[in-house]
Design a protein around this ligand. Structure first.
Ligand code: NAD
Length: 266
């Protein structure tokens, strides 16, 4: 079940902002465990190398390329390198992304632009360079990682650019799915809710948690109907399912991985 043997998976953001399991790191590791050959990119090569070392230690294959996903030339180079080494791209996972707080009044225009680039343009650029490869193959799967911020309010917090860009990811996935449905390519989105990844301690505690990790974690856990935040493996398993042949009839839709958060507060 859910095997990816001999599939070549191009995954963006396979590092993590801190020690432990970010969504990209868990996804890359899970894919390798399921038999995929991983070509992972990250703007932080040291973080990506940690992931690759874990995969190699388990007997898997993971090539790493430093790549700023907002830079079209760098993405084109990474795609070229993946094809030179492995000859095809069966699966694309767009995991790069991140949030910056603010509403239209408080947010600098520069931050807005950076958020759009990080969350939306990164998806556009990999699709720009990889969809032609998949179209030539007559087969391929794209899984994009959005956020519940793209489908519901942020519980009193303002993340205007994150919400807009992640909503854009969900909508763009459907459009890509539709224009590629007759070309053997599926495209879907995983929509994580409140996840306990290294991001919480590394960034959110400072950004919105008043430097009190314990309080922020308790607060986030309390908001989830299932009683606690999810983790990177919850996201990775949903990505794996959508990328697998078991999901061969699923396209242009989302899996929400949020412990019930959106149902409780749509
Ligand atoms: N952690 C959560 O609670 C949560 C919730 C909902 C959605 N998400 C989404 O999941 C995805 C991954 O989140 P995470 O928590 O694992 O994040 P993370 O910050 O730990 O990992 C992201 C990785 O992407 C890399 N990266 C950042 N900018 C890049 C760029 N321009 N080009 C290439 N690589 C870049 C970072 O170096 C890092 O290794 C993001 O799209 C995020 O929006 C996370």
């Amino acid at each position: 079940m859910l095997r990816l043997d001999n599939k070549i998976a191009f995954i963006t953001g396979i590092g993590s902002v801190g020690e432990g399991w970010g969504n990209g790191r868990a996804t890359a590791t899970l894919f390798a465990r399921q038999g995929a050959v991983v070509f992972g990119t990250d703007i932080n090569p040291a973080a990506a190398d940690t992931t690759a070392a874990t995969i190699a230690a388990e007997g898997g294959v993971c090539a790493v390329q430093r790549c700023d996903g907002t830079d079209s030339d760098a993405v084109a180079e990474a795609v070229k390198a993946c094809l030179a080494r492995f000859g095809r791209i069966d699966i694309l996972v767009n995991n790069v992304g991140g949030s910056a707080p603010g509403d239209p009044v408080s947010m600098d225009e520069a931050v807005w632009d950076m958020q759009m680039d990080l969350n939306l343009k990164t998806v556009f650029l990999t699709c720009k360079h990889i969809l032609p490869v998949m179209q030539a193959q007559g087969a391929g799967v794209v899984v994009n990682v959005a956020s519940v911020a793209g489908i519901r309010d942020q519980l009193g917090r303002d993340y205007i650019a994150y919400a807009a860009s992640k909503a854009g990811v969900i909508r763009m996935s459907k459009a890509i799915a539709m224009s590629n449905a007759k070309k053997g390519i599926r495209c879907n989105t995983v929509v994580p809710g409140l996840m306990h990844t290294p991001l919480v301690e590394a960034r959110l505690v400072r950004q919105i948690g008043g430097n009190d990790a314990e309080k922020l974690i308790a607060e986030r856990n309390a908001r989830v109907p299932l009683g606690k935040m999810g983790d990177a493996w919850d996201v990775a398993h949903a990505v794996l399912f959508l990328a697998s042949d078991e999901a061969k009839y699923i396209t242009a839709t989302e899996i929400v991985v949020d412990g019930g958060v959106t149902a409780a507060r749509p």
